[in-house]
Design a binder for this molecule. Structure first.
Ligand code: NFE
Length: 468
């Protein structure tokens, strides 16, 4: 007898996500037969930008999220610089890479220990970790206690990474140093030395704690090397410009189709946003972000999410650290729950080891900012990576004011609802076939969802209108 389970809100993630899954008996076991993933808050950040000074974009879009503000600031500033045809000094490029790399590391550590680990171990026997799931608690008591201690160590680790980011960004979260034209913090040898010390702390944490813990969990739950694959289609926009011309990036962009191991180039014009299953007006559905709008329509027949459904050539793609690492040839295993965790941990180490190299390229005493004036009329965009994957900002400027703004976030790719062709979103697809031991304790569903590291703060936004 099929049973429908609703988890709302899915906890331990940023923002509000609703999962509705139908569990049925298939192949002699309970499995997820249908899944609907929904964002339950209205996304309104684009509307807030309309009519504002273009300079505001790099600061206001950072408020989309406290976990990944840096990529939003960098992408908004880059779109504005492209709009004006202006370049930034090399120091600014390097400083942006440093604070963005540190922001990725913070996000990944937070994700594994605070968002995901408790799906696999017994949490502390105290609020807010009680009541707890009663299914599949196979990890030994002693191992659970050790991993719970690492939960606490990880809080210190990501606090340290935030401190490290703030050395250059001015504050974390929401970096004031990210401005069109470059950067505002002037690097000194003292700041560089301090940043380098923090990098070593992260390297030690990842090597001695994070990676071994990811491997330990994988060894205890080997079936999650197969569970949660989904489409197997991967997409990345690429990030961390290494030479100022955009010709060489630490992570190049690209896409990989399931079954074809080749990385293929991207054509950004092939991206569209479907909204038939989202509470938005349909007239621009399936449009490129430069044309799509964000007009809420609620209720709406057939819709079930505030998240739009981005597609590439009208096909669903997973994005995130696994996609980045795989597309760049840095990770060559499969696509599964554990592969997402492992690729994320390996990326943290890769970045922690890259940051000291980039630090050496800073030219103390050279400029960090070039004078910038926003154009009076322009259409522009920039793409990059946020910790959770492919991120794009599209901006239109009319009479010196923002007339159009669209933000395409990684969680919109991953947690998207069905598109206009009834194809489920990547997370929905990954849930199909997931075995669920006890439908009253569907912890397996959370393990799959959390492996994507969804952030609903990024994917949807609440617009609060106060009347006086
Ligand atoms: Ni709120 Fe974000 C990242 C962005 S997820 S964390 O990474 O953009 O959509």
């Amino acid at each position: 007898m099929p049973k429908t389970i609703v988890i709302d809100p899915v906890t331990r993630l940023e923002g509000h996500l609703r999962a509705e899954v139908t569990v049925d008996t298939m192949n002699g076991e309970n499995q997820v037969a249908d899944a609907k993933i929904a964002g339950t808050l209205f996304r309104g950040i684009e509307q807030m930008l309309i009519g504002r000074d273009p300079w505001d974009a790099a600061q206001l879009t950072q408020r989309i999220c406290g976990v990944c503000p840096v990529p939003h600031g960098v992408v908004a500033a880059t779109a504005l610089e492209k709009a004006a045809g202006s370049n930034i000094p090399d120091n600014a490029r390097i400083l942006r890479n440093l604070v963005m790399g540190a922001n990725f590391m913070q996000s990944h550590i937070l994700h594994f220990y605070q968002m995901s680990l408790l799906d696999f171990i017994k949490g502390p026997q105290m609020p807010p970790w009680q009541p707890q799931w009663k299914s599949d608690q196979r990890i030994k008591e002693a191992d659970s206690i050790r991993l719970n201690k690492h939960y606490v160590t990880a809080i210190k680790a990501f606090r340290q990474v935030n401190e490290m980011t703030a050395i250059f960004s001015g504050r974390q979260p929401h970096a004031p140093a990210l401005v069109p034209g470059g950067f505002t913090t002037v690097p000194t040898n003292e700041k560089i030395d301090l940043f380098r010390q923090y990098s070593q702390t992260v390297i030690d944490f990842v090597k001695n704690t994070y990676l071994p813990d990811v491997d330990f969990v994988a060894s205890q739950f080997p079936e999650y090397n197969r569970i949660g694959k989904g489409y197997g289609n991967l997409i990345a926009f690429g990030a961390f410009d290494l030479n100022g011309s955009g010709g060489k990036s630490f992570f190049r962009g690209g896409r990989k189709m399931e079954g074809n191991g080749q990385t293929q180039p991207l054509n950004i014009d092939a991206v569209s946003e479907h909204v038939t299953s989202s509470w938005y007006e349909n007239s621009t559905s399936k449009s490129h972000p430069v044309r799509s709008t964000t007009q809420p329509v609620y209720p709406k027949e057939g819709a079930y999410s505030w998240i739009k459904a981005p597609r590439y050539e009208n096909q669903a793609f997973e994005t995130g650290p696994l996609a980045r690492m795989s597309i760049n040839g840095f990770y060559n295993q499969g696509v599964s729950v554990h592969d997402r965790h492992k690729a994320r941990a390996l990326e943290t180490l890769k970045l922690a080891e890259a940051l000291p190299v980039w630090l050496d390229e800073i030219n103390v005493g050279s400029p960090v900012y070039s004078s910038y004036s926003a154009p009076t009329e322009a259409a522009s965009f920039a793409i990059a990576e946020a910790p959770r994957g492919a991120l794009g900002h599209w901006i239109g400027i009319t009479n010196s004011k923002i007339a159009h703004y669209q933000v395409l976030t990684p969680t919109c790719w991953n947690a998207s609802p069905q598109d206009d062709d009834q194809q489920p979103g990547p997370m929905e697809k990954a849930l199909l076939g997931t075995p669920v031991q006890d439908p009253d304790n569907p912890i397996e569903v959370l393990r799959v969802i959390h492996s994507f590291d969804p952030c609903l703060g990024c994917a949807v936004h609440m617009c609060r209108i106060t009347q006086r």
